[in-house]
Each structure stands twice: as C-alpha cells, then as structure tokens.
Design a protein around this ligand. Sequence first.
Ligand code: ARG
Length: 463
Amino acid sequence: MSDNSSNQMWGGRFAAGPDAIMEAINASIGFDKRLAAQDIAGSRAHAAMLAATGIISDSDAETIREGLLTVLSEIDSGTFAFSTALEDIHMNVEARLKEIVGEPAGRLHTARSRNDQVATDFKLWVRDQFDAMEGGLLALLRALVDQAEAGADWVMPGFTHLQTAQPVTWGHHMMAYVEMFGRDLSRCRDARARMNESPLGAAALAGTGFAIDRHMTAEALGFARPAANSLDAVSDRDFALEFLSVASICAMHLSRFAEELVIWSSAQFRFVALSDRFSTGSSIMPQKKNPDAAELIRAKIGRIFGANVALMTVMKGLPLAYSKDMQEDKEQVFDAADNLMLALAAMEGMVKDMQANVAALEAAASAGFSTATDLADWLVRETGLPFREAHHVTGTLVAMAEKKGCDLPDLSLDEMQSVSASITEGIYDVLGVHNSVASRLSYGGTAPTRVREQVMRWKEILA
Ligand code: ARG
C-alpha cells in the first residue's frame, strides 16, 4: 500500500504501510491467484467445520459459504479485481468476502492461519497435478502399446553407443518406453498417496486452542487424514519436491524418446514419418519438415528439472516452521506442471500419428553386421566353441565381409570355413534379422512372441 495506510488484515501494530518496493517483493497475488479455487474450497471446509464444532454459528457459516461462492464466480468470470496491496490470494478472497457479507467474514479466520491455509491450497493444487499427470501418462501408454502391437514383428536396429548392435523389434522398442512411463505412473501414484494429508488446522505452527475437527476438514477436502504434526504440516514442501522429482524423471524419459524421434525422422534415418500435425515447415527451405514438437519436448526437461533444483535450494536450510522463503515455491511448480502436461499431450499426439517406415527399419536392421552375435552364438551352440573364441572367429568374418564390401550372409561357405572349418550350411539360418529376433525368446527379450505377451499384459493393466 503506497498510500501509507496500514494493512487491513494485520495492520493493528503498524503505523505506516509498506514501501512500494516492499509491496512488490512481498506480493504473491500475481501468481498465487492460480490457487483461488483451492483457497475457496479450503475456506468452505473450514467454515463448515467451525459451525459443526460450535465455534461459529450456523447462520454465519451459511453466510460465509454463500459469500465464498459469489467470490468464486467473480474470479471464474474474470470480474474479480485482484489487489497487490492485499498481498496474496488468501487476503484477496477474504477482503472481498468481507465486502460482500460484512462481519461474518471476520470469523472465517478463527483457528486458522495463512500458513496452514497456503499449505492446504498448494497441496490441493499439486494433488490435481498428480492426477493430470496420471491421465497424461495413461493416454501416452495406450498410444505406445498400440504402436507396439502394430509393429510387434517389424525389425529394426537396436543400438548401443548409437552404433548398430543387434536387431530388435519395433514393438520391443515401444514397450521399453511403456516400462519407463509405467514406472513414472507408479511414482506418481506413490507420491500422491504419500502427500494426501491435510495441513488445515495446523494453524500458524502450533495448532490451536479452539476445539476444531481436523478429521472433518481433511475428509471434506478429499485428504486421507490430517497431517499428524502441526509444525511439519505448515513448513514442509516435500510434496511439491516429490512432484518435481517425479516430473523431472518423466521429462527425462520424454526427452530420450523425443531425441530418438528427431533422429529417426531425419532424411538420413527415415525410420518414422511424423505427422504434419506435429511438425512445422521452414520459412526459407520449402522441402523441410521439422520435428519441432519432439525438439521442444526434448527441451522441457530443462525448466522442469530447473524447478526441482530451484525449490530444493529454496527449502534447504530453512528452520522450522514457516518462513516467507516458502512463497517462492509456487511459480516454479506451476511452470513445471504446465509444461509437463503439454509435453505429455504432445508426445501422445506424435506417437499416435507417427508412421514407421517398415522397409527402412528392416534395411537398417540388416546393415552393420547386426547379426554377428547370432553367428558367434551359433558357433557356441553348434560347434561347442567357447564364446570368447567364437567372438574372435566372428570378428575375423566381419573383417572379411567389410573388406569385400558385403554383408555376413553374403560370404560363401568356403570363405566361412577358411576361418573356422567347423562352420556348416546351418549358419545361414541365423544370419537373417527375422530369425535373429525370433530366437531371442528369453524373458524380456525382443522376440515378437515375447513382445506380444507384454502387449497383452499392459493392455490388461491399462483396461
Ligand atoms: N503468500 C504466502 C505464501 O505463499 C502465504 C502465507 C503467508 N504467511 C505469513 N505468515 N506471512 O507463502
């Protein structure tokens, strides 16, 4: 308040209002207005409880309830005038309630503090983000499982060090991401269950002398129980940090897949065609189709993990209980959540639309001596050679093929036998990429049979 009047909420002991710079650094309304719905839900639960416990009258509670609904509708319709002088969403809502209903508004803050209020609001908001994340992940998982089912036996190169390693199936590669995003989903559910305790009624830090019913407000707000320690309830933000950690790991997974889509959609690879809906053109090069959505998803980890580091740093070393430092918790989480949901939705859209180039995948799978391991394994199985020696023989054959400029199956039996006399015609059966993947039947292996089993398992989980 630059007019030098003191604050109507806490101005009792103040002769003068804050400096304009103080007001600017202190106010959070510019961003915490996003907590309006949660703030009003918390206040409604609190008012109902105050009436049920006889701390305020039923008629005051009813007046407060109706007034809060009016405030909410003003905020929803955009007619609410947010005031920086009123600092934050809590005081903006309460001040407007007072304008609408008068004196009963002053009873709402009985047995409550902005400290338990903000912890409650923010928890409700973060809990919604866990739910949104769950929805986004489920949709993405379904899209990946569909791709895996369609291409359970399409052969492609599997890479290590981004060098062709062994043939794998498209379905297997898609299902690898299903496992990763599946764990993200389970982390999301774990964290949501852990954070679902109500801070409301912890008051400023020590609890309250009023005979409140914290179980009642917890239940009204969908919390599993009230938080057991009032100091902890108002002063930890580990629930937001868990959200950011879970979101960071998920964004890391998204960035890896996004990177593969960028590579795969290049003219050099041509493994996939991304749809026009998730690509852009170039203003100067008419032939270009750029994988911008994939690139942006790849980049989102930067701000999401950045938020994680930022909030961890804000919280580090804070003494109990509430400190104003903690007002710096919100913007980072808002930004991270918005961007995570966008990235999940964009990835789901891209995965649904993308078209694998089955011929290019198979051609690439066959190149680069990708079945050399199969050849070595055959020598072990059929001729009893120790694997290390089989590895050496195979290396010699690869060098021979490389020199001739051909692939392993193009070497004649005579040429093979010049390296190892025990090689027979049977060797050619394992040099094809389809045989190679079909043979990898070990649990978790790339064989189409195994991939289809995993597809079925996930379809049941996702049903
Ligand atoms: N705007 C504050 C925040 O976001 C609300 C809590 C303020 N509490 C206080 N005692 N000043 O953290």
